[in-house]
Design a protein around this ligand. Structure first.
Ligand code: G
Ligand code: G
Ligand code: MN
Ligand code: NA
Length: 250
């Protein structure tokens, strides 16, 4: 069967589920939120990595109904689990082709009863590379609901500084590729320091992604990074109480 049909079937038959990964405030050491991550458990092939199926979902347009399901499911899980704090949901650039995206977000909040302030939407720079005259009004309507907007994978795309100026983001998520060299390269530490400086200038928190080692954590703490996420703090895992869903990562 073709992948597009498989994805359509997966949505209809409930083969998707969300895992959550904790985000920790570095000052207090307390969890401050969770990122919700989409997983597909294929009945015959087993788990299919998002890096494989999300590009296909984007090409086929199925990311639109799948993305709407993710929004609704994430809001419902968050509403039922106040201990998750704020939940972050990834949006595909393709979802910004829908003029009614803000209404979808509003409806997911209304259906779940989740307060808007407990939802954060993560967008990548590729979203802002699209026609800004179309995407910025959508982002502004979403923000006006009281939903937070974070820039994801920061530092990997184009126009990083221009991008940050073009929209009032609530958080910078520094891409995990910057973690790898933190232990060995003074330049990497310098870049980290500069990005934290950008966050300070904009008065928004910087979250470091992909934190895997204690020594990375110590660098981040020393530089005053606000929040951390990564395998050291916790792997993507089922929301507690939803453990009958397929298992988490590693
Ligand atoms: O969870 P993992 O690191 O394997 O995710 C791989 C990629 O898939 C990441 O870039 C992540 O942002 C993306 N991803 C995970 N869940 C979702 C989702 O619900 N929607 C979209 N559009 N992307 C997602
Ligand atoms: O693109 P985005 O930042 O949304 O991707 C998040 C992805 O990163 C998730 O799919 C998650 O599985 C993965 N991830 C989370 N923590 C770590 C980590 O510490 N190391 C690595 N290599 N990947 C991670
Ligand atoms: Mn993300
Ligand atoms: Na990221």
């Amino acid at each position: 069967r073709r992948m597009k049909d498989e994805l359509r079937l997966a949505l209809a038959e409930g083969q998707f589920h969300l895992l959550c990964q904790v985000q920790v405030n570095l000052q207090t050491g307390e969890p401050c939120g969770h990122e919700m991550l989409l997983r597909w458990n294929h009945p015959e092939r087993g788990p299919v990595p998002p890096a494989e199926f999300i590009p296909l979902a984007e090409e086929s347009g199925l990311i639109l109904p799948i993305g709407e399901w993710v929004l609704r499911e994430a809001c419902a899980l968050a509403a039922a689990n106040p201990q998750l704090g704020r939940v972050a949901v990834n949006l595909s650039a393709v979802q910004f082709s829908q003029p009614d995206l803000p209404r979808q977000v509003e409806q997911a909040l209304a259906a779940s009863g989740l307060p808007a302030g407990r939802l954060e939407l993560e967008i990548t720079e590729s979203t802002l590379m699209l026609d800004r005259s179309r995407t910025l009004p959508l982002l502004e309507r979403i923000k006006a609901l009281g939903v937070h907007v974070a820039i994801d994978d920061f530092g990997t795309g184009y126009s990083s500084l221009g991008t940050l100026r073009s929209f009032p983001f609530d958080k910078i998520k520094l891409d995990r590729s910057f973690m790898a060299e933190l232990d060995t390269s003074p330049q990497a530490v310098g870049i980290l320091r500069a990005v934290i400086g950008i966050g300070r200038a904009l008065e928004i928190p910087v979250l470091a992604e992909g934190v895997e080692t204690q020594s990375q954590l110590e660098h981040l703490r020393a530089e005053g990074c606000d929040e951390v996420q990564g395998y050291l703090l916790g792997r993507p895992a089922p929301v507690p109480g939803q453990e009958n869903a397929p298992s988490g990562d590693g």
